[in-house]
Design a protein around this ligand. Structure first.
Ligand code: NAP
Length: 536
C-alpha cells in the first residue's frame, strides 16, 4: 500500500464550500487538499444538469463575497443564473485562485477514522489512497446524495430513466418522446416546463402538490446591477445578518394577523409581481401562526385557479395538506401555465397511487401509462445522508451514523462531540438549507478558518465539542423548530421523504443573523463549549 498523504487539512468536496475552504486554508499557510467524487468542480451545479436547473436566489446574491476583485470582474447574465453559468462561475473561481492543483477529482472519500493517539484523521478514498490530516472538513453539501428509486419494478423498465440529481452530462433530447416525470419538488417544477416544450407527451405524477411562486426571470436588470455595485459592501453586510441571508426575501416585520385583509392582499400581490422569494418575507408570522399562514395559502391557491384553465387540474395543483412555505418554497418559470398545454397531463397519486413500474412505463391503481423515458425528480437524502454514507468514526471507534441513529446531533451545526477536529460546513443544527447557501457557507468557512488560526496561535491542535454544549444546542434547535409551523409538513427538512429516517427538524430555524451572532460569541469567549488540547 502507498504511503499516506500527510496534510494539515483534508477537505471533502469541491463545491462552493470546498473551493472557498481550500482558498482560506492556503491563505493561512496550512497544507490542504480537496477530494472530489465528480470529474470537476461545482458540487450541486456539477451534478444537477436537468433541463431548467437554475438558482432561485438572485444571482448577484448567490455568489461569493470574499473577493471584491472576483465580484468586479464577474457579470451575471440573468436575474437567476442557469446551471451552465453557475458551473462556469465556479470553474472561473477555481482557475482565478489557482485551486485545481490541490483538488483531486474522481476520488470519493469512503471513510474517515480518528486516530486518538495521534490526534489525526485517517481518511481513505475509493482510489486506494490514505490521507493523514490533523483536521477534516466535510464540505459535501446538504443535497448531494440522491434518494434511491424505491418504486417496485423500477429495475424492469426497458426505456431510459433519469434522476434529476444525476443528469447525463451530454444532456437528453426528449423530442418526440412520451415522458413521465415522478415528483413535483423544486427540481421537477423547474424541469417540467422545459420537458413539456420538447416532448410529444408529458405525464406528471404528483404525490403532494407544492407551493410555487413565479421567478419572473429575465436578463439581469442594469439598474439592479448598478445599485448592487455601488452599494455592494453595505448590501453584503446586510445580507449576512438578514434572516435568510439574502435581501430579495425582504423580511417584513408586520404581522399578517394585524393587517386588514385588503392590505394583506395588496402586499401579497406586490410581492408576487416582484417574483422569487419575496412572497416568503411578506409577513413576520407566516410560518409561526396558522391564522397568518392561511391567507397566504389562499392567495397562492387563487393564483393557481386563475392560471390553470382546467378547474380539476387546478384543484389538484393546490397544496392542501400542509401550511404555506413550510416545505421548501419553489420558484418557477411557467410551471402552472404548463398544465394548459395539450401535451401535458397531471396524475394525482393520492387518487391513483403507483402500483409498480413496468417494462413499458408506470402502472397506477387506475391504469397503465407507456413512456419512452421516466424522469425521477424524487429528491435527496438531505443533510445527514452525505455524511452517513461515509464510514466516519470518532473516539472509541464510534460511528457517526450510530451516534445519529435517532437524528443528527451537533454543536452549532459545525462539530460533533466525540469527533474532534471534524468540521461540517452547513450541517444540521445550522441555518443551512433555510438560507442563502453561499452566505452560510462563507460564514462557516470563515468561522472554521478563524478557529484553526486561533488553535495554531496557541500551539493547540485538537478541538472538540463538549457533550454538554452539544446537548444544549440540540435542545435549542428543536425548541426553535417546535415553535413554528415547519414541523407540520412532511418535508425533507424533517427527513420525512426517506422511509425509516428519524423525524427530526434538521436546520436551525432562528435565522442567519441570530445564528452568526451566537457563533461569533462562542469564538469571542475562547470557543466556549469546546474542549481544546495539544495532541501528543
Ligand atoms: P424534493 O423537494 O424532495 O421533491 C421530491 C418530489 O418527489 C416530491 O414531490 C415527492 O413527493 C416526490 N416523490 C419522492 N418519492 C416519491 C415516490 N416514491 N413516489 C412518488 N413521488 C415521490 O426534491 P427536489 O425537487 O430534488 O428538491 C430538493 C431540494 O433541492 C429543494 O427543496 C431545494 O432546496 C433544492 N433545489 C433547489 C433548486 C434551486 O435552487 N433552484 C432547484 C432544485 C432543487 P412528496 O412531497 O409526496 O414526498
Amino acid at each position: 500500500m502507498s504511503e499516506p498523504v500527510t496534510l494539515d487539512v483534508v477537505i471533502v468536496g469541491a463545491g462552493f464550500s470546498g473551493l472557498y475552504m481550500l482558498h482560506r486554508m492556503r491563505g493561512l499557510g496550512f497544507t490542504a487538499r480537496v477530494y472530489e467524487a465528480g470529474g470537476g468542480v461545482g458540487g450541486t451545479w456539477y451534478w444537477n444538469r436537468y433541463p431548467g436547473a437554475r438558482v432561485d436566489i438572485e444571482s448577484h446574491e448567490y455568489s461569493y463575497s470574499f473577493s471584491p476583485e472576483l465580484e468586479d470582474e464577474w457579470v451575471w447574465s440573468e436575474r437567476y443564473a442557469a446551471q451552465p453559468e453557475l458551473l462556469s462561475y465556479l470553474n472561473h473561481v477555481a482557475d482565478r485562485f489557482d485551486l485545481r492543483r490541490d483538488i483531486q477529482f474522481e476520488t470519493r472519500v469512503t471513510s474517515a477514522h480518528f486516530d486518538e493517539a495521534a490526534g489525526r484523521w485517517s481518511v481513505r478514498t475509493d482510489q486506494g489512497e490514505t490521507i493523514s490530516a490533523r483536521f477534516c472538513v466535510m464540505a459535501i453539501g446538504c443535497l448531494s446524495v440522491t434518494k434511491e428509486v424505491d418504486l417496485p419494478g423500477a429495475e424492469t423498465y426497458q426505456g431510459q430513466s433519469y434522476h434529476t440529481g444525476q443528469w447525463p452530462h451530454a444532456g437528453v433530447d426528449f423530442s418526440g418522446q412520451r415522458v413521465g416525470v415522478i415528483g413535483t419538488g423544486s427540481s421537477a417544477i423547474q424541469s417540467i416546463p422545459q420537458i413539456a416544450r420538447q416532448a410529444a407527451q408529458l405525464t406528471v405524477f404528483q404525490r403532494t402538490a407544492n407551493y410555487s411562486v413565479p421567478a419572473h426571470n429575465g436578463p439581469a436588470d442594469p439598474q439592479v446591477v448598478a445599485r448592487w455595485k455601488a452599494n455592494r459592501a453595505a448590501l453584503r453586510a446586510q445580507a449576512r445578518v438578514a434572516p435568510v441571508g439574502f435581501l430579495s426575501w425582504d423580511q417584513s416585520e408586520a404581522l399578517a394577523v394585524d393587517t386588514p385583509p385588503e392590505e394583506r392582499e395588496r402586499v401579497y400581490e406586490e410581492r408576487w409581481r416582484r417574483g422569487g422569494f419575496a412572497m416568503g418575507g411578506a409577513f413576520a408570522d407566516t410560518t409561526i401562526d396558522m391564522a397568518a399562514n392561511a391567507p397566504a395559502a389562499k392567495f397562492v391557491a387563487d393564483k393557481i385557479r386563475a392560471i390553470v384553465k382546467d378547474p380539476v387540474t387546478a384543484e389538484k395543483l393546490i397544496p392542501k395538506s400542509y401550511p404555506f412555505a413550510t416545505k421548501r418554497l419553489c420558484v418557477d418559470i411557467d410551471y402552472h401555465v404548463t398544465y394548459n398545454r395539450e401535451n401535458v397531463d397531471l396524475v394525482d397519486l393520492r387518487e391513483e397511487p403507483i402500483e409498480t413500474i413496468t417494462p413499458t412505463g408506470v402502472r397506477t391503481a387506475a391504469r397503465d401509462y407507456a413512456f419512452d423515458s421516466i424522469v425521477y425528480a424524487i429528491g435527496f437524502d438531505a443533510m445527514t445522508g452525505p455524511l452517513t454514507r461515509i464510514d466516519i468514526r470518532g473516539r472509541g471507534g464510534l460511528a457517526l451514523k450510530d451516534k445519529w441513529a435517532e437524528g443528527p446531533k451537533t454543536y452549532l451545526g459545525l462539530m460533533v462531540a466525540g469527533f474532534p477536529n471534524l468540521f461540517i460546513v452547513t450541517g444540521s443544527g445550522s441555518p443551512s438549507v433555510l438560507s442563502n447557501m453561499v452566505v452560510s457557507i462563507e460564514q462557516h468557512v470563515d468561522w472554521i478558518s478563524d478557529c484553526l488560526a486561533w488553535l495554531h496561535g496557541r500551539q493547540q491542535s485538537v478541538i472538540e465539542a463538549t457533550a454538554e454544549a452539544e446537548d444544549a444546542w440540540v435542545a435549542h434547535v428543536n425548541e426553535a423548530a417546535a415553535g413554528t409551523l415547519y414541523v407540520q409538513a412532511n418535508s425533507w427538512y424533517l427527513g420525512a421523504n426517506i422511509p425509516g429516517k428519524p423525524r427530526v427538524f434538521m436546520p436551525y430555524v432562528a435565522g442567519v443573523g441570530v445564528y452568526r451572532e451566537k457563533c461569533d460569541e462562542v469564538a469571542a469567549r475562547g470557543y466556549e463549549g469546546f474542549a481544546v488540547s495539544a495532541a501528543a
